[in-house]
Design a protein around this ligand. Structure first.
Ligand SMILES: N[C@@H](CCC[C@H](N)C(=O)O)C(=O)O
Length: 289
C-alpha cells in the first residue's frame, strides 16, 4: 500500500504529516511510525502527525506519535505545521489569514495563520499540580516549583508544567555546558515521572530572552519544542525570573537551537500564545505492507 505524506518543519523540529480524514483509525501503527521516523532506515522525523476529520465544534483533529512510536498528547511546533498543511489542502493562497479549531489529546488548540505566514497558536492553559504533570515529586495537589531532584548524582531544582504533555524545567547558568545527551534520558525515565517527561534546560539572557535546550520524551534531543518553550515561560514566571507587564502579559523570546519562538502568557486568562514559523520541506510516498 502507498501512503502520501508531506514533510514539514518548525524551527528544525520535523514531522511527517498524513491526511487521515477519510478514516477514524490512524493509517500507521506505532511500529510503522517508529520505522518511518528513523533517519537511516526511514524518512527521518521527530514524529508523525495525523490530520483527522473534525468532531463537535472543532474543524479538525490532530493525533501524533513521537519518533519512538509513543503517543504524544500535543506538539506545539507540530500544530503550526499541521495548520499550514490544512491551509494547503484547502487550496488557500499565500497571504490569506485563517484560524482553525483543532481537537488534540490535550484539548482544543487554535492556530491562526498570519498574512506573513507565521502561525500563532492559542495553546490553552498550563496545568501545574503534581498529579496533572504527572509527577510524584510533591504531594499530588501541590505545585512543583524549584523542587530538588537528584539526577546523575547532582541536585537540580526543577519546575514542572503540563501543557497537556509533561515538562520538567531547570534553570542553569550556561545551557551550552549541559551534557544533554547524558542527562536527557535520565530525566525522561526518572521514577518520579510515571509517564516520562520532556526536559528543558534554560538560561536567562536578560531583556526577556531565554535560551533553551530540550530533550524530548520519545524523540531525544530536538532543535526546538513549542510546548517546551511555553512551559519554560510559565516556569520563568513562577520562579520570579520573568515578570508580567502592566497589562498582565508575560512575554519572552525563547532561543532554541533551531531558531526563536515568541511566547506570551496572559496571566488573566492563563492562556499561552506561541508564534513561530512552519515550513513545507517535501512530499513523498511511503510504501507500507
Ligand atoms: N516537539 C513538540 C513536542 C512533541 C511531543 C513530546 N515529545 C511529548 O512526548 O510530549 C513540541 O513542539 O511541542
Amino acid at each position: 500500500m502507498s501512503l502520501s505524506f508531506q514533510k514539514y518543519q518548525g524551527l528544525g523540529n520535523d514531522f511527517l504529516l498524513l491526511d487521515n480524514r477519510q478514516q477514524p483509525t490512524l493509517r500507521l501503527s506505532p511500529q510503522e511510525a517508529r520505522h518511518w521516523c528513523d533517519r537511516h532506515f526511514g524518512v527521518g522525523a521527530d514524529g508523525v502527525i495525523f490530520l483527522l476529520a473534525g468532531t463537535g465544534d472543532c474543524d479538525y483533529q490532530m493525533r501524533m506519535y513521537n519518533a519512538d512510536g509513543s503517543v504524544a498528547e500535543m506538539c506545539g511546533n507540530g500544530i503550526r505545521c499541521l495548520a499550514k498543511f490544512i491551509f494547503e489542502l484547502e487550496g488557500r493562497t499565500c497571504g490569506e489569514t485563517v484560524s482553525y479549531r483543532i481537537d488534540t489529546l490535550a484539548g482544543v488548540m487554535v492556530p491562526h495563520i498570519q498574512a506573513d505566514g507565521q502561525v500563532t497558536v492559542d495553546m490553552g492553559t498550563p496545568q501545574l499540580l503534581a498529579q496533572q504533570i504527572p509527577t510524584t515529586l510533591t504531594a499530588p495537589d501541590a505545585k512543583v516549583i524549584e523542587v530538588p531532584l537528584t539526577v546523575a548524582d547532582r541536585p537540580w531544582l526543577v519546575t514542572c508544567v503540563s501543557m497537556g504533555n509533561p515538562h520538567c524545567v531547570t534553570f542553569v547558568e550556561d545551557v551550552a555546558a549541559i551534557p544533554l545527551e547524558t542527562l536527557g534520558p535520565l530525566f525522561e525515565h526518572h521514577a518520579v515521572f510515571p509517564q516520562r517527561t520532556n526536559t528543558e534546560f534554560v538560561q536567562v539572557l536578560g531583556g526577556d530572552r531565554l535560551r533553551m535546550r530540550v530533550w524530548e520524551r520519545g524523540a531525544g534531543m530536538t532543535l526546538a519544542c513549542g510546548t517546551g518553550a511555553c512551559a519554560t515561560v510559565v516556569a520563568a514566571v513562577l520562579t520570579g525570573r520573568l515578570k508580567a507587564d502592566a497589562a498582565g502579559q508575560a512575554q519572552a523570546t525563547v532561543e532554541l537551537p533551531g531558531g526563536d519562538l515568541h511566547i506570551r502568557w496572559d496571566v488573566h486568562s492563563q492562556h499561552l500564545y506561541m508564534t513561530g514559523p512552519a515550513v513545507a520541506v517535501f512530499r513523498g510516498t511511503l510504501d507500507t505492507q
